[in-house]
Design a binder for this molecule. Structure first.
Ligand SMILES: NC(=O)c1ccc[n+]([C@@H]2O[C@H](COP(=O)([O-])OP(=O)(O)OC[C@H]3O[C@@H](n4cnc5c(N)ncnc54)[C@H](O)[C@@H]3O)[C@@H](O)[C@H]2O)c1
Ligand SMILES: [Zn+2]
Length: 315
């Protein structure tokens, strides 16, 4: 069963179904509406109906054709239907190729929070075909590039240098490198007991900015600004030098990503971070860069330091 949305289905469903049929598989297509608002248990429940109707069992497979929303939703349905049926991820956004389709996290949203209901479900196979990115809107491409830069800072100086020198030339190589960083980190720590948290670089601040914007700010934009704030905090604590902040800012700007925010009081951002954390029952942990390819986690960052950085950030 291939699950997609009308946007992606209109472009690529025929190609996916044709390929499966040519390879001797019996395949059917199911569409769900496009958008994060449909990443819900309701939609998952509709998918179960379709799976039952199609006579799907564990000898079959579910294929998620689309961006991260489809991957998370369909992955969750595949993880839970009949206690789990085989899943294939066919990511069609840059973000889904380098991030969402890798690492086995699947989830739907709950009215009280994003990704609150989910599972770990390793796909049998992930197929990324970069040619589909030709139809991806620019703003979605940039969204994914923020996670590519994150991957570079977390684990690939070579990728960072390439982006600095050549921008998004050799996109296939860029995607491979970003995937490699995520795979390496996730393989060391599949259930996020430790190192996997490094992939949250820029996300503590990013989530707060997304929340404050009522989710009008895009995830990649929020992560981009979040990474700059994290680097500024690290510099202030003497973990890295200011040169690193400058390099990061220049690269993000070159890629068309925002590096600062306005219209929010530092205290508001701090509050949003603290509330978000309290809701998740954790301490505020910051992922801080020491160098390109070397990041560290700290829960020892004081409110004063964060507020000071946010205040200089605002101008
Ligand atoms: N599981 C994880 O580890 C993980 C990691 C990061 C993000 N996510 C999740 O991923 C989701 C965001 O994913 P996203 O950024 O891919 O957004 P998305 O899935 O909403 O896709 C963005 C838009 O692009 C369209 N689209 C997709 N592929 C296209 C193509 N090739 N050509 C033209 N249009 C195309 C989609 O229909 C959609 O309208 C969020 O729900 C987030 O929680 C999950
Ligand atoms: Zn992210």
């Amino acid at each position: 069963v291939v699950v997609t949305n009308p946007t992606v289905g209109g472009l690529y469903a025929e190609r996916a179904l044709g390929g499966l049929e040519a390879a001797g598989f019996e395949a059917m297509l199911v569409e769900v509406p496009d958008g994060e608002v449909y990443k819900t248990l309701d939609t998952a429940s509709r998918l179960y109906d379709e799976f039952v109707g199609a006579g799907l069992d564990r000898s079959g497979a579910v294929l998620a054709l689309g961006g991260g929303v489809i991957g998370d939703l369909v992955g969750y349905a595949a993880a839970t239907y009949m206690r789990g049926v085989p899943l294939v991820q066919l990511p069609t956004t840059l973000l889904a190729m380098v991030d969402a389709s890798i690492g086995g996290k699947v989830a739907v949203d709950h009215p009280r929070g994003k990704n609150l209901v989910g599972a770990f479900k390793e796909p049998l196979l992930v197929v990324s075909d970069p040619t589909v990115l030709q139809t991806l809107p620019d703003v979605e491409l940039r969204n994914g590039l923020a996670e590519v830069v994150k991957a570079a800072v977390v684990g690939s100086p070579a990728l960072f240098a390439h982006l600095e020198q050549c921008g998004i030339e050799d996109l296939v190589w860029i995607i491979e490198q970003a995937i490699q960083v995520k795979v390496t980190v996730v393989e060391e720590d599949p259930y996020e007991a430790g190192r996997r948290a490094l992939l949250n670089l820029g996300h503590t601040f990013g989530h707060a900015l997304e929340l404050l914007s009522g989710y009008r700010m895009r995830h990649g934009e929020a992560v981009s600004i979040g990474m700059v704030i994290a680097a500024r905090v690290a510099a202030r604590l003497g973990l890295c030098d200011l040169g690193l902040v400058g390099r990061l800012v220049r690269l993000l700007e070159r890629l068309g990503l925002p590096v600062s925010f306005s219209g929010r009081e530092p205290a508001q951002v701090w509050e949003a971070m603290a509330t978000d954390k309290k809701r998740r029952g954790g301490r505020l942990r910051y992922v801080l860069p020491r160098d390109i390819g070397e990041v560290t986690v700290s829960d020892q960052v004081s409110r004063e330091v964060v507020l000071a950085v946010l205040a200089e950030e605002e101008v």
